[in-house]
Ligand binder design. Sequence first.
Ligand SMILES: Cc1cc2nc3c(=O)[nH]c(=O)nc-3n(C[C@H](O)[C@H](O)[C@H](O)COP(=O)(O)OP(=O)(O)OC[C@H]3O[C@@H](n4cnc5c(N)ncnc54)[C@H](O)[C@@H]3O)c2cc1C
Length: 416
Amino acid sequence: MRYSIFSLIGQALRGHRDWAPAWRDAQPQRAYDVIVIGGGGHGLATAYYLAKVHGIARVAVVEKGWIGSGNVGRNTTIIRSNYLLPGNIPFYEFSMKLWEGLEQDLNYNAMVSQRGVLNLFHSDAQRDAYVRRGNAMRLHGVDAELLDAAAVHRMAPLLDFENARFPIKGGLLQRRGGTVRHDAVAWGYARAASSLGVDIIQNCEVTGFIRQAGRITGVETTRGEIRAAKIGMAVAGNTSRLAQMADLRLPIETHVLQAFVSESIKPLIPGVVTFGAGHFYISQSDKGGLVFGGDLDGYNSYAQRGNMPTMEDVCTEGIAIIPAMGRVRMLRSWAGVMDMSMDGSPIIDRTPHAGLYLNGGWCYGGFKATPASGWCFAHLLARDEPHEVARAYRLDRFATGHLIDEKGQGAQPNLH
Ligand SMILES: Cc1cc2nc3c(=O)[nH]c(=O)nc-3n(C[C@H](O)[C@H](O)[C@H](O)COP(=O)(O)OP(=O)(O)OC[C@H]3O[C@@H](n4cnc5c(N)ncnc54)[C@H](O)[C@@H]3O)c2cc1C
């Protein structure tokens, strides 16, 4: 069923009784061409592009919970392509271009809202770093504008410009950045993939791999064995746990990241604003809630819940740039588990096991990558060669030293 104004009016006249389910509730078959493990944004996008771009529709997405129960439904919804390093910029800009056409492509309203991402700077040295970043972006054809303090003031007058400790000296603005309704991305990809024949199998946890003659040929699940010629892992914060089932030890650690939402208030923040003197980012949802987050919780965990000290730290940083926030009541908070790689950049590659492929290490920035990650992982699975914009995301770069250390932090994953 195609969604349109006409289908909406037709359904309204019939009392909304005839809507078809957005995707089929598939039962596991014995075998597929490709199994994608993980029904998050990346897994669902991979399945969709496998069917749509490569004509491979005998695909199963195997999800241990329900679609959208992982990070794709837990993030702060920010999309941007304001990267610095050559390994990253083309990939994230490709993703941005896919976001720009996604709703038409999927026939699904994902509320893609390009209302700008503004990175504040608070010192001369930080301005130099942002000038460099903006120039690198423009050299790759990505939009970037350097704003002075007066221009930032016109955009966001409620920021604290009098703050003696962290004076706002300006900001780097990417106008095409913004936000996307996160769970709609999962639902939109699931619906589009299912309509092309992909089986989306929920409540089906992968518990082991089947090996035959040196190849991975299938998965053991809580709903029985499923075979496939190729198997892709796209399980975000559970990557190292799943890989361990195939005896792989990956350069990935799992950490907790929290998000927070306030009560609804009148428009306060125009787009996405990030604090340059700490780690804090904020936007405002269409309902009026302030949506914000900050640093990782700082310890390894697979539990999708956070701790109070980080909550306090994030709120303190928020009030440092927007004192008015101190008057707003917090509505809710939650957490997700991040697959932090050693250089802060992702991995889309084959593994040492024939038949097993890896998509992981997205750290806390993988939502914006969803379309390009799915596109490139589908390309790798279908053709056995990396997509042009994802060539740098090799697994062996940690052995060969070709790291993509965007933040320049070295091998300390909780700092990326
Ligand atoms: C609080 C928070 C804020 C964030 N903010 C942003 C942001 O603003 N912008 C941004 O770009 N990124 C952000 N991120 C990061 C982003 O959400 C993730 O990098 C991205 O969603 C990960 O990819 P995914 O959607 O496929 O992951 P997930 O949705 O986590 O999908 C993985 C799926 O695999 C399933 N799975 C795990 N193990 C198994 C198994 N054994 N068998 C079967 N299924 C399994 C899980 O249940 C899960 O559904 C944020 C994350 C969090 C938690």
